[in-house]
Design a protein around this ligand. Sequence first.
Ligand code: NAD
Length: 309
Amino acid sequence: MKRILVTGGAGFIGSHFVRGLRDAHVTVLDKLTYAGNLANLDGVPHTFARGDICDAALLDEVVPGHDLVVNFAAESHVDRSIEGAAEFVRTNVLGTQTLLEACLRARVPKVVHVSTDEVYGSIDTGSWDEDAPLRPRSPYAASKAGGDLIARAYAVTHGLDVSITRCGNNYGPRQYPEKVIPLFVTNLLSGRKVPLYGDGGNVRDWIHVEDHCAGIRLVAERGEPGEVYHIAGTAELTNKELTARLLEACGRGWDMVEHVEDRKGHDRRYSLDDRKLRALGYRPRVPFEQGLKETVRWYDENRSWWERR
Ligand code: NAD
């Protein structure tokens, strides 16, 4: 049976990834920051190690013996990176390097490093392919770009078999309610207003978390060392259009929307070209309307998961 180590596996996407693994012995390594929650792994067979991907000694105990390491561990919220970037640089750059070094020492045969479209900056029209220049604009995006470049360097210099995935905005159950969809849904379900940034015209390309995880699994099987693979979204929407759908799904009107000052340096639009991954057989499966409806229902039916936060 394959042995798979998932770092950040108690977070939103990592826990979905663990849930989707079959015929594997899974180890989860997670620091359990505010974003990590062991309840995300309830009922899912795994071995858990609490710890930091910056801790080389711990990694030397945990990493050896795994056939695949998938790195989800990160500080992931742009607004927090604007308030203070140090933890982002520590985990997303130094942590990635420390983990890759441990994988090299342990001769791990395959590593996947999970990243984001935000490393490219902002694009008004068209889509980025995997060779587009990295022009991050937020401290979060810059720290992720740093981790991605370290991963590429470990592939080229040391021959580590590490592939990099870059994905659009994820949605689905168990996302910490600081990100826009769970924030808006949990506010509306509690009768609270939702804060819409600026003119609401910023565009995001939404993907269901299960589709993202399927793309990562494919890259784990077929990705080439040092190569980047895009996992694009299925619904390109302005924040205003997204808000309209969330209001409708929660049975609320525009009186529940509060216009707030725009995020500093707010990227206008992201868009990925995912032909490279589609050539390997990838297809997203969850239609946005259905995925969003099910996601709203999940927050409504699992209030204990978010009400105590
Ligand atoms: P999340 O914030 O929900 O989860 C991050 C997890 O990492 C948490 O469980 C946290 O406890 C853990 N962690 C943080 N620092 C750690 C450290 N130093 N050592 C060990 N564990 C640590 O994030 P997410 O939304 O699940 O994102 C997972 C990955 O996917 C991140 O790398 C993120 O950059 C990337 N990504 C996210 C999105 C998105 O829309 N959420 C889109 C594209 C890429």
